[in-house]
Design a protein around this ligand. Structure first.
Ligand code: PEP
Ligand code: MG
Length: 929
């Protein structure tokens, strides 16, 4: 006996998604629950796979089972397929396990031909309706199944309307439509070289084949590759008796969500079109009415629909996206599936459902994507700003965006690659536009409703979208749109507000959003379950305050060099750098002689040493560079002390990891190439004084040039070569800590040395800096609890972590550098160049600077954690590279048993949720520290 390839809707259920696809399982479940679903059947995903296995042939028994199932539908509906007096018409839809763009669109009204159309007239008594259904069928079938350019039909339709002076489609009479049917059939024959297939069974066979074929079309394959969906899942095919939403004004069709997908509010949200077929709503061709209008138009149907919606939501314990059709006052449910939603809605729905007793807290935490949370923290348009609103559309996806108007997806992609911010403007979007939507700041369309392609995709991507802004007259050829006499050309800056639907000319000021009460509650549940602490990378008091507001439990990285870049400090920093080498040599000469004098060797004459020391001191005193160096350090110390005070005050009671100066010093100086040009120009002009100055600078900069600065004189190497710089920083840290402690606050500084590769580097730095720390505390007569530790950001440090831990009370993985040095890839040179290709060609699974490379970098980390904790069981271990804010990397840090992850302030809430999800997925036994 042949395998079972076909399931009636009455035979399936919600658990059979693998076999019946999402749609098939959904309608089967609704049928079981007793909802009014037009009868139908589903051809399994296994049949699709068997079709490919046998070289695109129907597997044995499939067609016979389809015919059997059709008989059952005929019995249930009392109609017959191909019957010229009382014909059964069906729809054919694809439906894979996951809803996927790129698959085949729905074919409606299948079964119509010159004979059965007469039966449809007899059934309905409505000739116009019947011919309209027939011409739509040929059009859809021609486009979807036979692959004919839809423009051919559209143009013909428009011509017809013009010919007969019709404004809308609805102005066409039965006769006009009958003519169109003939003309459409001619188009099919011209395009395919064969007459339009009039046999309903052949129509059905071709449509089923087309669904199977669409599984392997390029768009679908690309989408699966991108989302790592296996290619052998196959798609199911759903064949269902037609019901008609276009049988008059007591008919209609619509789409609705059980809760508002923008805000999460518990209310029916959606739209419907009276006297229309389903595709009219989805395609966004006519702008539909809000679902509330149904309450006015057909109150009983509305109440019934509302009841079903509630029932389905309770049944699935999730917000549902429903499709329905009303045929002459009778409601039919066509589809239910879990609805796509904005980030704000995802949070609100999850939290509300816990309060409603539908789901538990753990389930709520799993239902929100950590990445979605960041969208909620994105800036909004400052409500006080004066903006020039030029048009209004639907508020289809929340948030605000500013960028250059661009009119096609390829162009958007090209500009975005050059670092431009763009807004994609289209009449409407379809799956071919997705690559442009991915890179755009926001999306603006002239047509389509809140459930149009643009709206649904934008919400999924978390991008602002204004849809259905009908006032825009878009001219794709001229690359511009016009509204109210204002012309916006490609490249002109516009803004959109996806929360209000406004389209604004020019750039707009943006402001910080607040955490909603629901988000706060969800994050508090996350805090109950997570085992990782979440700290923040913050360089300024204002960042620290933001981080704390978002729930950070410490500062994991304060990059002190950022303070050096402030415009009031840069001149001091430059002076310091240019004088550092000379001043340090002079200091060292004095120090060496002092040491020799304190403990002279037998061959040394103390009197002579005394003389040499006096001479060294005199030389030092006479050196301009030496004075400049120490003077700028003293002034920088005052400034840094104030910076640190600000941070300690904000972080009262929480640890603050301060990293001493890290970048190569030339980053603070003018570029060598720029200086060279300036000096050359001055030489030509013969400008004496300025020339001498610039030449000196050029010499200094030339002397500090490095072939490979990221591997050059930076990190702890700087601190060792120019000890006064780190000493100044440590003094500033302790003076600030002492002052803030005296204000009654609790300070917990942690001093972090960057780029250590060898234990001796850390030993030297620590010995010298502890001396300073002790001296400052002794001078003030107070003690400050502090820790001393290091970054682990070169492989050697990770490999010798057992030794390093002897001199470090904490480790912080600097995975930006650790990734660079482990791969031997310079991030600045690689990203956007070969690394992009590597990821596209799957040589690397992901960009390792975004998602931590578990197998390489991760292995070093695991080793370092184990070895470090063997030496020092209470070693505190965290991560402060950008991976500390990436959910996948956070899960890995959880598995390694780190104490904390440190992320930028905006990602702190993301990290809190990601850490909770990691803990729910893999609870750990508590580790020691
Ligand atoms: C790192 O290397 O991961 C790090 C945090 O330091 P930076 O990015 O400042 O080099
Ligand atoms: Mg680093």
């Amino acid at each position: 006996m042949a395998k079972k390839w076909v399931y009636l809707f009455t035979e399936g259920n919600a658990q059979m998604r693998d076999l019946l696809g999402g749609k098939g399982a959904g309608v089967a479940e609704m049928t079981r629950a007793g909802l009014p679903v037009p009868p139908g059947f589903t051809i399994t995903t296994e049949a699709c796979n068997a079709y490919y296995a046998s070289g695109r042939q129907f597997p044995e028994g499939l067609w016979e089972q389809v015919l059997e199932a059709l008989k059952v539908i005929e019995r249930e509906t009392g109609k017959r397929f191909g019957d010229p007096t009382n014909p059964l018409l069906v729809s054919v839809r694809s439906g894979a396990k996951f809803s996927m763009p790129g698959m085949m669109d729905t074919v409606l009204n299948l079964g119509l031909n010159d004979e059965t159309v007469k039966g449809l007239i007899a059934q309905t008594g409505n000739e116009r309706f019947a011919y309209d259904a027939y011409r739509r069928f040929i059009q859809m079938f021609g486009k979807i199944v036979l692959g004919i350019d839809p423009e051919r039909f559209e143009r013909r339709l428009e011509e017809k309307k013009r010919q007969v002076g019709a404004q809308a489609d609805t102005d066409l009479t039965a006769e006009h439509l009958r003519d169109l049917v003939e003309e459409f059939k001619r188009i099919v024959e011209e395009e395919t070289g064969r007459p339009f297939p009039s046999d309903p069974y052949e129509q059905l066979r071709l449509a089923i084949q087309a669904v199977f074929n669409s599984w392997m079309n390029k768009r679908a394959v690309d989408y699966r590759n991108f989302h790592k969906i296996p290619h052998d899942l196959g798609t199911a095919v759903n064949v269902q008796a037609m019901v008609f939403g276009n049988m008059g004004w007591d008919s209609g069709t619509g789409v609705a969500f059980t809760r508002n997908p923008l805000t999460g509010e518990k209310e029916l949200y959606g739209e419907y079109l009276p006297n229309a077929q389903g595709e009219d709503v989805v395609a966004g061709i006519r702008t539909p009415k809000p679902i509330a209008a149904l309450k006015e138009d057909m109150p009983e149907v509305y109440e019934q629909f509302k009841r079903y919606a509630e029932m389905l939501e309770r049944h699935y314990r999730d917000m549902q996206d429903l499709e329905f059709t009303i045929e002459r006052g009778k409601l039919y449910m066509l589809q239910t599936r879990s609805g796509k939603r904005s980030a704000a809605a995802a949070v609100k729905i999850a939290v509300d459902m816990v309060h409603e007793g539908l789901i538990d807290k753990a389930e709520a935490l799993k239902r929100v994507e950590p990445e979605q949370i960041e969208q909620l923290l994105h800036p909004q348009i400052d409500p006080r700003a004066k903006v020039q609103v030029i048009a209004r559309g639907l508020n289809a996806s929340p948030g605000a965006a500013t960028g250059k108007a661009v009119f096609d997806a390829d162009r958007a992609e090209a500009l975005a690659r050059q670092g431009e911010k763009v807004i994609l403007v289209r009449p409407e979007t379809n799956p071919d536009d997705v690559h442009g939507m991915l890179v755009a700041q926001g999306i603006l369309t002239a047509r389509g409703g809140a459930t149009s392609h643009a709206a649904v995709v934008a919400r999924g991507l978390g991008k602002p979208c204004v849809a259905g802004c009908e006032a825009l007259q878009i001219d794709l050829e001229k690359r511009q749109f016009t509204v109210d006499g204002i012309v916006v050309k490609e490249g002109d800056v516009i803004s959109i507000n996806g929360s209000t639907g406004e389209v604004i000319l020019g750039e707009v000021p943006l402001i910080e959003p607040e955490l909603s009460p629901e988000l706060r509650e969800l994050l508090s549940w996350a805090d109950e379950v997570r085992q990782l602490q979440v700290w923040a990378n913050a360089d300024y008091p204002r960042d620290a305050a933001k981080a704390r507001e978002y729930g950070a439990q410490g500062i994991g990285l304060c990059r002190t060099e950022h303070m050096f870049f402030e415009p009031d400090r840069l001149p001091l920093v430059r002076t310091m750098i240019l004088a550092a080498a000379e001043a340090t040599a002079l200091d060292r000469a004095v120090a060496d002689l002092e040491a020799a004098l304190a403990n002279p060797r037998p061959d040394q004459d103390p009197a002579r040493l005394q003389q040499q020391l006096a001479e060294a001191r005199r030389r030092r005193e006479a050196s301009e560079a030496w004075h400049a160096y120490h003077d700028s350090l003293r002034r920088l110390e005052v400034i840094q002390t104030e910076d640190f005070k600000g941070i300690f005050r904000v972080m009262d009671g929480l640890p603050v990891v301060i990293r001493l100066l890290d970048p190569p010093l030339h980053e603070f100086l003018p570029r060598y190439e720029d200086l060279l040009v300036e000096v050359t120009e001055l030489r030509l002009k013969g400008d004496g004084a300025e020339l001498a100055e610039k030449e000196k600078l050029l010499r200094a900069v030339a002397g500090m040039r490095e072939a490979n600065p990221m591997l050059g004189l930076r990190g702890c190497r700087l601190g060792i070569l120019f000890p006064a710089i780190y000493e100044m920083q440590v003094r500033a840290i302790f003076r600030a800590a002492i002052a803030v402690q005296a204000e009654g606050k609790v300070v917990k500084p942690e001093i972090m040395i960057p780029l250590v590769g060898h234990i001796n580097e850390l030993r030297v730095a620590r010995e010298q800096l502890e001396r300073v720390a002790q001296a400052v505390q002794a001078e003030a007569g107070v003690t400050i609890p502090y820790k001393f530790g290091t970054m682990i950001e070169v492989p050697r440090a990770a490999l010798t972590a057992d030794e390093i831990a002897q001199a470090a009370e904490f480790f912080s993985f600097g995975t930006n550098d650790l990734t660079q040095t482990t791969f031997g890839i310079s991030r600045d040179d690689a990203e956007g160049k070969f690394l992009l290709q590597y990821v596209e060609r799957k040589i690397l699974p992901q960009n390792p600077f975004q998602v931590l490379d578990r197998d390489g970098v991760g292995k070093l980390m695991r080793w370092a954690v184990e070895q470090g904790r063997q030496t020092r069981p209470d070693l505190e271990v965290g991560i402060c590279g950008e991976h500390g804010g990436d959910p996948e990397s956070i899960a890995f840090c959880h598995e390694l048993g780190l104490n904390y992850v440190s992320a930028s302030p905006y990602r702190v809430p993301v990290a809190r949720l990601a850490a909770a999800q990691a803990a729910l997925a893999r609870p750990l036994v508590a580790h020691t520290a």
